[in-house]
Write a protein that binds this ligand. Structure first.
Ligand code: IMP
Length: 193
């Protein structure tokens, strides 16, 4: 089965493909010949994920899915949350976002945080959502050079290393995206599509 993944983020495509069996094939926007940057105008991950999947569904009429992820830090009342990509400005640079988080977390003793991913799937015209959460904490300095985004400052529960110090298979054991994705695949398998 072929599904269009409504993202231009190659790292996310790589993560999803690393979790996929033979039954499903992910087509990227680039591979589908679609060259747009889908906006994230809403104030929840759920609504932004839906914006991505419905935008591409309207354009193609095909089954597709979108996802939105946020880093939710307890001491910052859930920030950067839905603003995670643009936390330090519209240039969306990971290094700037990380610097801003570390600065805002200076002196904070409660460093608990979570990544949360919401996937919105449009299948035969119906929408289905799946959520995955990874609890952990924010470090005080950056660690590692793997992964992307906030990976160098997030250590998942049960680990001493940041996501950016793990290879993909290790990150997938803890990651929000992998957890949401497993539910999504279970659903597709039980829906017998
Ligand atoms: P979006 O889901 O593409 O809007 O991503 C929101 C922000 O969170 C971006 O700055 C991403 O780089 C970051 N992000 C998304 N997923 C991850 C992840 O698995 N690890 C670290 N940062 C992530």
């Amino acid at each position: 089965m072929k599904l269009i993944f409504a993202t231009n983020n190659d790292n996310k495509v790589k993560e999803f493909r690393s979790l996929l069996g033979d039954r499903f094939e992910i087509i990227t926007l680039k591979e589908a010949g679609i060259d747009i940057d889908i906006p994230e105008p809403h104030d929840t991950l759920e609504a932004n994920a839906r914006e991505k999947s419905t935008t591409i569904h309207r354009m193609t009429g095909l089954s597709c899915f979108g996802e939105d992820t946020g880093l939710e830090i307890d001491a910052l009342h859930g920030a950067p949350g839905v603003l995670s990509a643009r936390y330090a400005g519209e240039t969306k640079l990971a290094a700037d976002n990380i610097a801003k988080v570390l600065q805002e977390m200076e002196g904070k003793t409660n460093r608990s945080a979570q990544f949360r991913t919401v996937i919105s799937l449009i299948l035969n015209g119906e929408e289905y959502q799946f959520e995955g959460v990874s609890r952990g904490h924010i470090t005080t300095t950056v660690h590692g050079d793997k992964g992307f985004g906030y990976d160098p400052i997030f250590v998942p529960e049960g680990e001493t290393r940041a996501f950016a110090e793990m290879d993909l298979a290790e990150k997938n054991q803890y990651s929000h995206r992998a957890r949401a994705f497993r539910q999504f695949v279970d659903f597709l398998q039980s829906a017998k599509v």
